[in-house]
Design a protein around this ligand. Sequence first.
Ligand code: ATP
Length: 627
Amino acid sequence: MKKSAHEINRARQQFLAHGNMQEGVVNETIAASWQRSMRNGVDASQPLSMVTLNRAELDIRQSKNRLLLTQSKAEIATLYEQIAHSYSVVTLTDAEGTILHSEGQHHLIGLAPELLSPGYSWNEQQRGTNAIGTAIVEQKAVAVQCAEHFVEQLHHFSCYAVPIFGANRQLLGTLNVSNAFSIHQPHTMALVKMAAQLIENRVFRACHQGPVCLHFHNNTDFIHTQWEGLAVFSRQGDLLAINKSGLNLLGIADIPHNFQSIFGQSFDQVCARHQQIITFDVAHTHGDILYGAMEINTESPSSIKPVATRQPVSSMPRTLAAIPDHDPRIAEILRQATLVMNRDISILIQGETGVGKELLASAIHYSSDRAHGPLIAVNCAALPEGLIEAELFGYEEGAFTGARQKGNSGKIEQAHGGTLFLDEIGDMPLLLQARLLRVLQERSITPLGSSKSKKLDFAIISATNQTLQEKVASGAFRKDLYYRLNGISLTLPPLRERKDLDALVQNIMTAEHAGSTRIHAEVMHLFRQHSWPGNIRQLHNVLKTMLALAAGQPLQRQHLPPGFTDDLKDNSIAAPQLLTAGSISDITNEAVRLALQNHEGNISAAARELGMSRNRLYRKLKSLGMT
Ligand SMILES: Nc1ncnc2c1ncn2[C@@H]1O[C@H](COP(=O)(O)OP(=O)(O)OP(=O)(O)O)[C@@H](O)[C@H]1O
């Protein structure tokens, strides 16, 4: 049975004072870690050192762990949304316990923000028992709750860390959730484990993009989930790689190197049935039947899936004119974009994650004179470093041996006559920045292995959610390339600062074919109070979840994802009324009424909550006959 924080603290005090471990209070993992912490001379009563890596050191670490970072991004965002509340932070560390990325409002959990920010190390040797450091030592999932932490300063926090292993089963890092709850939350650990498993699978697929991949499990429902086994084969049926779950499912450590000897069936015949679920009666699983689905990559071996970024959902705004411009900052961005788009000026779009940078880039392209040409999107963060050069610049026949023998036009060449969109440009490796600069200056390209250059004509738009100027200052991004890309910089505001939430909600509801679904006024009120760390993407996800949970009924507070309201300052809401997503003016009227009610008629406070000026609110009240 789980012991109380008080009992654990007493056992810890006794251990610190006399070195003896009270039986049955903490589990073996924590007990062993306390012993190590003591041996390592960690001072349990002193606050932790605040020393973290400087910007340049962190840049180096992040670029060393680019694959892990890029393959984790989406899962971290989803995990954060699943547990979204102000008292949690999600962190991703490298194999030494140094934070590479964190998601959450660090300052709110009552710990110095530095301690959960990129650059801080949670190595057990220095910090004593903690989920990240201890998970790295133990190479397994570890939960450390309150007084189980060796250092007293951490006694108000609970942390859940799960190691992430690479394609060759080497430790890559950890995924961790820290929160300010003293009660053990088994579901938090389950969510972290699921996310870590998904990251491992993504890393595996990014490293092994062989032509044939078998997805398998002993339960058909688990195929294409994070628990599936993955085995990658060459076109001849030679095993190129297998993931950890695959090994476990097969039940043998020493895997044969050929499809037929593993699965007992002809590779070609199974490939021919790749649209069906195939049953395998495998010898070593002791009667356990395995089921598999073959994925055959019919594209040329060189086409790498992660290059292309997501295409905007078709019903989302496709042109600048279709983007709502009720927010003055957005209206100004749209005006500037319209003025520069056909003038050979490089556009750099900046803004936090999920603010709509990609959507804006695509709207610029489809509004420009090049709308009939291609829009080629390259996610600079989603490619293994060694492949970027070939993917961007292309290569001539004979430049490589093996799978890449035939030659391939690069993404830049494919953008000829259209627009090249370089997403996450801040992640472009330094070495390739010089080459890209040359291409942009000369508007011509020389593929790898070729001596002939080709003249090209394309518009360039890049986007980043990093502060490029800081990267320039730390030497991680070339100044000359920065100036070249930054003909004009358009910075999209975060959602919490936008004044057009109603219009955005309406847009998303329409895109989700739910334009006539009614939204409770209370929900809109809660939306206005939310800080939206994931911006419009998060708003979109929340609305999608609510639409699913409401199953055709009006969207109400109980349909909000769990944890959503924890972020809000004031949950006391007035009597609910129903509104239609389509009627922005109705929503605004209702919001005005609620805001005034919440602030007992105080115009300034109500205007602040509504994100409008006092004058505008006065005008609004006048038009409503409320003054
Ligand atoms: N004007 C808009 N109206 C409705 N939905 C929008 C709008 N802008 C963005 N979105 C929604 O927000 C999501 C995120 O947008 P987008 O991918 O363009 O953001 P981003 O800033 O490029 O994010 P990241 O930096 O993480 O790549 C989109 O999938 C879309 O659903």
